[in-house]
Every structure is written in C-alpha cells, then in structure tokens.
Design a protein around this ligand. Sequence first.
Ligand code: SAM
Ligand code: SF4
Length: 334
Amino acid sequence: MNQVDYLRISLIDRCNFRCQYCMPEGTELDYILKQNLLTNQELLTLIQEVFIPVGFTRFRLTGGEPLLRPGLVELVEAMASLPETQDISMTTNGFLLAPVAQNLYNAGLRRINISLDSLDSDTFNQIIGNKKIDHRGRSQWQNVWDGIQTAYQVGFDPLKLNVVVIPGINDCEILDLAALTIHKKWHVRFIEFMPIGNSELFTGKGWIASAEIRQQIRDRWGLTEAEVCGNGPADIFKIPGAQGTLGFISQMSECFCDKCNRVRLSADGWLRPCLLNETGQIDLKTALRQGVSMTTLREQLQELLTVKSEINFKQRYSGTTTGNYSRTMSQIGG
Ligand code: SAM
Ligand code: SF4
C-alpha cells in the first residue's frame, strides 16, 4: 500500500480573490466562524501528537488564501523547527507575498507554489473576479508578479507556478506561460480544471486535457522528461535547455488515486482522506476541544489510513457528470 505521509493543511477558507474555478461570483459561501478555526496551538498539537507519531513528515499550508492567516510566520517557524518535519511548503495566490516572503523563508519555508493563470492583467482580473487596483494604484496581477519575483530573489526553491487552464479564457497563453521556465528556474504546472463547487462553469468543453497542452508545447519547442521534485502527482517535462520544468496535473484525464500519498485537514479541523469523496471524515477540532485523548485520535487516524485506499474516489471524469461536491476547493483546502 502507498505510504500516506503528506498532510495538506487549510489555514483559512477565506480568500482575497474569487477565482472563477474556485469561488465563482454568486456562489454563497458559509465562511467558517473565527471561533471554529483551529488555532495555531491546536494545529501544532495535532501535528505533534497525532500526525507525526502516525508517520506524517511532509506538510503543505494552503487555503483559501493562507497569507490571510494571522500568525502565519510563527506557525511556519514552529512547524519547521520540529525535528520530524522533512518538508514544509505553501500554496498561495501570491497577492500578499512580497512583503512577507523573506520572513517566511527565515522561518523555514523553502518551497512555494504560486497560482498564476495569466500574464495579462485583464485576463487575470477576469479569472480572479476582481477588477480593483490596490491603494498604490497597482493591479492585482502586478502585486502577484512582484510576489513571484520577490520569492525568487529570496531563494524559494523549487518555485512553482500553478496554472488552471480554462478553455476560451487563458488557453491562448499556454506557450507564453510555458516559456517562463526557459530562462529562470521556475516550474510551471498546468492543472486540469476540475468541477468542484463550480458546476455552472463546467459546461461544454469545461476542461483541456494535459495531453493536449503538452502537445502544443512539444510542437513549439520539443519536450524531454525531467526529474520529479516534490510530493505531487505531476508528470514532469522540460523544454530542452530550459532552467525550469513543466508539470502536468491530470486528475481529470487520469486516475492517480493508487499513488495518493495525502490527506487534507480543513481550517475547521475536518480531516478528509480524499479530495473528491466526503466519506470517512473525522472532526478533529471537536474531538480535541472535548478532550478526546491523543491515543484515541492516533488510533482513529491510523484506522482511516488503513481504509483510505477504499475511500479514494478512483474515478476519472466520465464526461457526463459535472460532479457533486458540496464544498469548493477554497473550503476543502486545494
Ligand atoms: N489561494 C491559494 C492559491 O490559489 O494558490 C491556495 C488555495 S487554492 C484552492 C489551491 C490550488 O487549487 C490553486 O493552485 C488553484 O489554482 C487550484 N484550484 C482551485 N480550484 C480548482 C479547480 N476547480 N480545478 C483545478 N484546480 C483548482
Ligand atoms: Fe482564492 Fe486560491 Fe481559490 Fe483563487 S484558487 S479563489 S486564490 S483560494
């Protein structure tokens, strides 16, 4: 059986963007009340007393937007200083990254994924559902770009850029985005668009298969296979001579459930064994607050891991359904 040792932790379900594919405008979201968020201390207790003893050593901080979480740098520092932590990383939209990138690095964060769906400010605004500029008169895109540049200068490595390809919106930029890997050691990862919490958007040709994206790039530059870096399910390639790599995450066109090495913890403490299946969740926050013993929680987690392979969704997109997921990616912790 595949070893499950990777925990994705959602620090907050709120976000400063409303990406069309994640939190489409008009979708009513019941945000978690502040008192129901796991505190930093509760998170650390769960990591140290429950997850690490059961074998977890790799952690990713995500959301919602993790940079909105108060006390983030302190949390990273505490997690990174645990001797058992082999890897700690973060997925962010990058909007608030530039001013805190150095502090996060100093706290022990070394790997970062930043979402960047477009190089064009107008398209970017269309995707993130926000046309505002900040108090200094700069566009949202510019702030994200500054965050990427700062993270690169600070030394985050690998620095990955996540692109969700949406037909008719940003698919015309596939080559431009892929070209970012040529001169800088940036790793661009194309993610197939999933029908989670966004079924209205997911009509007609709702997603583009990785194979099609890869072929476009191969036709332009050629592609060679490259070494995998990180814990993810991406197939990794390289434009010949490029400094960075190209990753393809094909959860719609392929099923990689058999290789799944992760579970997810939501910001309100629900442990979820599979992104696409709500079966088997454990309410760790309530258990912790009711004083359930750590031994019991470890046993429950161990039990969940033994049945995880049966819970895993194990289906690829059939082309006939749009999925029926009651939570959006921002709520689950993508
Ligand atoms: N706010 C952060 C960000 O955008 O990077 C972290 C949370 S976000 C939910 C994590 C990742 O999930 C992002 O890379 C985002 O592009 C991806 N994502 C969200 N909704 C998706 C969907 N419907 N299909 C595929 N990827 C999605
Ligand atoms: Fe926010 Fe990330 Fe979801 Fe976009 S993908 S709405 S940035 S949580």
